[in-house]
Design a protein around this ligand. Structure first.
Ligand code: UDX
Length: 445
């Protein structure tokens, strides 16, 4: 049997690049060959942020690039524009790239293409060339199950052909899954054009023999039972660093954390895409000021060419806290000084928080983040919700109240530690996810 050679292709956002990089590292440790395809723009960006791409090259990962078709100064926070440009430009360039990669490595030609959501077109290219494919689903298996069940949801009259719920009732896709309302569906709140887009994309993702999920059978048993194609291989925790960050990590916060008492610091981060509106930003700042404890807050520059667009109110002191542009999140969450995580509940952050045994305060922004909150608060019971007032704002008093409630709750803390243990067991040798990864590699051979 030859060595499997994976060509891995993430959609160019941080929440897709990070888990695919972790998967690539895991596959490389099993002796597989990895060629990682970045867009030219992102590759430059990750390199200029001093990330760990060089250390990955030492592990045998190869990097290749293709242009995304946009100009360097174009706004890449406009995902519609990015998607259209990628799908117009990249499919025609991929066959030649594959040919070149194979010509350089005649002994080990590409055996499998692994993509994330939005890059199903690459599976179509591979299919035409006789190359097998797989998908790494970077959100929860529950969101994948929901997208997979769209035809059933339409047939059962739960949603109409535009994805809009026909009734207000709660839906449970399968036993052991949380009940959802329309706003919980992954396409809820993304706008009208995204529903038909998801339906179409799901068809191309079906070319993937496996739908690898960064989850475990303990975390999402119901969702994983939806289709035999779902293969849980999480938690993807191969390394404690994100080696392809799009912003420069401010590592001074690790030294700062070393100076803080154990389990004292509130960590606040909303991932790489969410935008905090100015009113909410001010309220959050004042809420953190009210806490009688230190905080570490990631205030990310905007995705639109790194503009800093946040205004602190004059009343904000911030003297107990540290504010950074971008943090080494995995290391932060594992630091003994961290007490809890105020999170937007993006799936990567959810899994990373779970694997560090940290309790959550949840404020989802869009898409799958609402269901992730249901898992955190209602199913696993390792966090609390931050409630909005009648104007849709989480007020400073709510932040202070919930931080106090969370950190006084010994049951939540104990459950968080137990969930960490249960989750990590899956990835060690002999664990279910580790066996699944071996099964995937053997299939690729
Ligand atoms: C997106 C979607 O928003 C999310 O709902 C979906 O589940 C995955 O894709 P994003 O919003 O960026 O991702 O959130 P998340 O999934 O949490 O990913 C953020 C990544 O950035 C994490 O791996 C986190 O470790 C990393 N990060 C975040 C840092 O390395 N430093 C930071 O300061 C903040």
């Amino acid at each position: 049997m030859g060595i499997p050679h994976f060509l891995v292709i993430p959609y160019p956002v941080q929440g897709h690049v990070n888990p695919l990089m972790q998967l690539s590292e895991a596959l490389a440790k099993h002796g597989c060959k990895i060629t990682f395809l970045n867009t030219e723009f992102n590759h430059k960006r990750a390199n200029s942020c001093g990330g760990g791409l060089d250390s990955l090259k030492e592990q045998g990962l190869k990097f290749v690039t293709l242009p995304d078709g946009l100009d360097p100064e174009d706004d890449r926070s406009d995902h519609h524009k990015v998607l259209v440009s990628i799908k117009t430009n990249m499919p025609a360039l991929l066959p030649k790239l594959i040919q070149d990669i194979n010509a350089l490595d005649v002994e080990n030609n590409i055996t499998c293409i692994v993509v994330t959501m939005n890059m199903g077109w690459a599976l179509q290219v591979g299919h035409k060339l006789g190359i097998e494919g797989a998908v790494l689903w970077t959100a929860s298996a529950t969101s994948l199950a929901t997208c997979y069940c769209i035809p059933r949801l339409i047939d059962d009259g739960i949603i109409d052909s535009e994805g809009i719920p026909t009734k207000k009732q709660e839906v449970q896709l399968s036993p052991n899954m949380p009940k959802m309302v329309g706003a919980d569906f992954p396409w809820g709140g993304l706008g009208k054009i995204f529903f038909p887009y998801i339906v179409k994309e799901m068809k191309t993702l079906e070319l993937g023999e496996w739908w690898l999920c960064n989850t475990t059978s303990d975390l999402e048993p119901g969702a994983l039972a939806t289709s035999p194609r779902f293969l849980p291989i999480g938690p993807l925790m191969e390394s404690d660093t994100n080696k392809s960050s799009f912003w420069e990590e401010d590592t001074t916060c690790l030294d700062w954390l070393d100076q803080q008492p154990p389990q004292s610091v509130v960590y606040v981060s909303f991932g790489s895409l969410a935008t905090v509106e100015p009113n909410q930003f001010k309220e959050l700042a004042l809420g953190l000021d009210l806490l009688n404890r230190p905080f570490l807050w990631v205030v990310r520059p905007s995705n639109d060419n790194n503009k800093v667009n946040h205004a602190y109110s004059d009343e904000f002191h911030g003297c107990k806290g540290k504010i950074v542009n971008w943090a080494p999140q995995r290391k932060i969450l594992d630091h003994p000084a961290i007490a809890c995580f105020i999170s937007h509940c993006g799936w990567n952050s959810t899994i990373e928080g779970v694997c560090s045994g940290i309790p959550f305060l949840c404020c989802p922004f869009f898409s799958d983040q609402f269901v992730n909150r249901s898992y955190i608060c209602d199913v696993w019971k390792v966090g609390l919700k931050l409630d909005k007032d009648e104007n849709g704002l989480i007020l400073k008093g709510e932040i202070r109240k919930k931080v106090d409630q969370l950190l006084e709750n010994e049951d939540i803390k104990a459950r968080s530690l137990k969930l960490k243990e249960l989750s990590l067991k899956n990835s060690v040798k002999g664990g279910q996810s580790s066996k699944n990864l071996e099964k995937f590699i053997n299939w690729a051979k």
